[in-house]
Design a binder for this molecule. Sequence first.
Ligand SMILES: [Fe+2]
Ligand SMILES: [Fe+2]
Length: 284
Amino acid sequence: MQPGTKVLIAEDDPNSARLITDYLTAKGALVTWKDNGSEALKEVQSESYDLLILDLRLPEKNGFVVAGEIRNDERLFNLPIIVTSAFPDEQNLLRSYQLGVDAFLSKPVDLKKLFLLAKNLTSRKQKNENKIKEALVLLNEYCEKKLNRPGHAVRVEKNCLSLAAAYQLEDHLATLRAAALLHDLGLIFTSSDLEHGPVGAEIAQMFGVKAEIAYLIENHHGNISQTTKIDSEEVLESYLGILKIAEKIEETYRNSISSFEQDKEKGLLTPDVASVIAELIMTT
Ligand SMILES: [Fe+2]
Ligand SMILES: [Fe+2]
């Protein structure tokens, strides 16, 4: 299992939860535990996980309900789910597989078996995600070739990283980097300033990127009606601000120091950000 693989355990029995947590933690996983179904569901909807280990008998929302809601959620349908149950009768087993869970283990859980399953399922998920990322990077390269502006997205990415450091906003760097690299994807199909954001978000979502990344792509020029569904808008607003400034540095400021000076005088840029921009304009 890759170190740092994120696992959520939905389990109301603290002893079972502790056994599994200790075993998988020793194998390098980052394990979180929730003891009821609705909290577990909320958790996978707000944080990105590589695997859910789901007990069937849970308070509030039982395992069937949780699995069903996950498989119906377009952002989560790919999340691997291992069901555990003290009642491994045929009915429970068939119902679980009907809902689309990946594996069914009877309790008490055989930890070795659980680990091997977890390892297989998460490494497949990670490989798929890497393939998706590679495909999107290739699409972006094609886009830049078509528009004859090589390196634009990479420079915007670099601007974003410098600005994120200045704002001390480094919690979701992976999201910001991916969005910066892919922000102009929509230009493959439309040259419209207004439309390329939403179109790019749609392409990226077709390739399975996270909703947060699609949201940033969609809105990187602002003033566009939002079609991507996200929950964590507040967190993302600051990243959107960074992406917009990063784009402006790349498209305007780099060619026109005077427009940068004007914006600085108008107070549109904080001193911190202005100094980062000044540095970026000078060095590239
Ligand atoms: Fe751009
Ligand atoms: Fe753009």
